[in-house]
Design a binder for this molecule. Sequence first.
Ligand SMILES: Nc1ncnc2c1ncn2[C@@H]1O[C@H](COP(=O)(O)OP(=O)(O)OP(=O)(O)O)[C@@H](O)[C@H]1O
Ligand SMILES: [Mg+2]
Length: 139
Amino acid sequence: MIEEEKVQISITNDADIVAARQSGREMAGRLGFSLTDATLIATAISEVARNIMTYARRGEIRCETIRSRRGEGLLVVAVDEGPGIADVEQALQDGYSTGLGMGLGLPGAKRLMDEFEIESEPGRGTVVTMRKWLAARGN
Ligand SMILES: Nc1ncnc2c1ncn2[C@@H]1O[C@H](COP(=O)(O)OP(=O)(O)OP(=O)(O)O)[C@@H](O)[C@H]1O
Ligand SMILES: [Mg+2]
């Protein structure tokens, strides 16, 4: 059984992105993810944290351990009250960016995680929910 953990990191600058990335990586390591998987999770966290900073200016990353019939895993939620995303399907296309980015952050993060959802309302903000499950032991 894993020890339950929960952290919240407010995001306003580059150092906060590094901190969120780091604490996600460490939590993943403690949960038993491989170094590779912990790095993939950290990369997904960086992308959504950078989006918060770039598009919403401020927000929050929450990481917590989760447990379900599917096993144990890590939940990452990125929350902001920025401008929101008018067309979420479009934002998830490779190469779509309204800014100067490559447009690879969201689709990349989606590929790195097992579950990925975006809830957004223009003018209200964005919530990105991502989960990664530990491979069941014995498989
Ligand atoms: N938190 C957010 N709030 C508002 N809009 C967002 C947010 N995150 C992403 N978007 C919108 O979705 C688009 C795609 O995001 P994505 O991260 O895939 O690419 P990018 O940030 O433009 O470039 P890259 O991440 O490759 O540097 C962004 O250009 C932006 O319009
Ligand atoms: Mg991005």
